[in-house]
Ligand binder design. Structure first.
Ligand code: AKG
Ligand code: FE2
Length: 405
């Protein structure tokens, strides 16, 4: 099954699990804000409505400038708490990152070109052994309805290491983490360069975000230096980039799903540590356009159950907390379920969407130190014991999704 390691099973059994996971209370942050104190001031005056549904608010992400982020002595705890704490959206964005706008554009422009390559060329880029977690993946994921998801395609690669291990046993045990990259060297040689350049930049800035997350969390809980998010990410060999191309919604089985909030990407919570995300690029007939429907975009479900549209600027890198970080930080940093809504109406005809996500996650061999007070997936985590990230991910998948044969 593709990309399962990046997503909790919320994606597949959305409502049941979402409620189960969210109706749990997190540990208090070091200085808890009053509920939603900071959300309200970022709600835009213009609310958007979704056809017959009630209007949903649009919220701007909390922003941190690159210059603030680079300063190790800066106290960013308020912003970290506002974005990632229990009352936050689980996302914040970094502005003014040097080189980012051109690296984003270079890569995102290639996603529709990759999707338009002949089928036999794309087939060569598939990797069934990793359950399509390396190379080209289209129609291999399932929608919430159980049907194949034909509306989006993904190209997966580790932008930092081409061959993370040569160990045959490891490759067989953790194929989606330990496999090797597959690049379209003949058909689209620019992809490798652009993918690696953007992936590395988002990773480097992500480490800085992680440093400030550690500063924030360590005020509230005891943490050894090498147990922090920054060190975990630095040691890992299994970060994964995903270049996404969402096909124009009318071209596929969109109708049956067109009223749904999650018409382009189903509800899910990222499973790893920290996800870097670019602002999407929209195109019609290969020409970049602005999104024709203000209701389209990234939706997030907050801890209080509210669904909001989250926006950030095209020159900003957004970062989202994954479930593993929520568990390891004992709820000081919180992951939120999210989905992507496709544009609707006449103007949306022929509009495709490109974006890039970098899933930063612990190494398959990283021993995760779970506290006694784990409150999500508790039943999978033996008390007084530690699992590696690879074992933990497999247990999660086996329990909630399927047994590997
Ligand atoms: O397309 C997007 O903006 C979000 C994608 C996403 O959430 C994911 O790939 O996990
Ligand atoms: Fe996601």
């Amino acid at each position: 099954m593709p990309s399962l390691q990046y997503k909790s099973l919320l994606h597949y059994n959305s409502l049941l699990f979402r409620n189960q996971f969210l109706n749990v209370s997190a540990a208090s942050p070091p200085s808890p804000p009053p509920p939603n104190r900071n959300l309200s001031c970022r709600i835009t005056s213009q609310s958007m409505s979704c056809s017959s549904e009630t209007p949903l608010p649009t919220l701007r992400t909390v922003t941190i400038t690159y210059y603030e982020l680079k300063d190790k002595d800066a106290d960013l705890s308020l912003k970290i708490e506002e974005g990632f704490g229990p009352n936050g959206l689980g996302i914040l964005s970094i502005t003014d990152v040097p080189e980012f706008p051109s690296l984003r554009r270079n890569l995102l422009c290639l996603s529709s070109r990759l999707a338009a390559l002949p089928e036999d060329v794309k087939k060569e880029l598939e990797d069934p052994q990793s359950r399509y977690n390396f190379g080209w993946s289209h129609g291999k994921e399932q929608l919430e309805s159980g049907k194949p998801d034909l509306l989006k395609s993904s190209f997966y690669a580790n932008p930092l290491i081409d061959v993370p291990t040569n160990g045959a046993y490891l490759i067989q045990r953790y194929p989606s983490y330990c496999g090797a990259n597959i690049w379209p060297q003949a058909a689209l040689p620019e992809l490798e360069v652009a993918f690696k350049a953007l992936g590395k930049l988002i990773f480097d800035v992500g480490l800085m975000v992680a440093y400030h997350c550690d500063q924030y969390v360590s005020r509230g809980m005891k943490m050894q230096k090498d147990e922090g998010l920054e060190q975990i990410l630095l040691r890992s060999r299994c970060h994964k980039g995903r270049l996404l191309y969402y096909f124009p919604a009318q071209l596929s089985n969109h109708e049956e799903n067109s009223d749904s909030m999650s018409s382009w990407c189903g509800w899910h919570t990222d499973h790893g540590s920290l996800t870097g995300l670019t602002c999407a690029m929209f195109k019609r007939n290969d020409v970049e356009i602005s999104c024709p429907d203000s209701a389209a975009g990234l939706y997030i479900r907050t801890r209080s159950g509210e669904i909001v549209k989250a926006t950030f600027g095209e020159n900003e890198i957004a970062y989202q907390i994954g479930e593993t970080t929520e568990i390891l930080s004992q709820g000081y940093l919180c992951a939120t379920p999210h989905c992507v809504r496709a544009p609707k109406g006449k103007e949306a005809s022929g509009v495709g969407r490109s974006t890039f996500a970098l899933f930063m996650q612990p190494d398959w061999d990283e021993k995760l130190k779970f506290s006694e007070d784990v409150y999500i997936h508790k039943e999978l985590i033996p008390s007084n014991d530690s699992l590696t990230f690879g074992e933990y991910s497999e247990t999660l998948l086996d329990k909630y999704y399927h047994k590997k044969t």
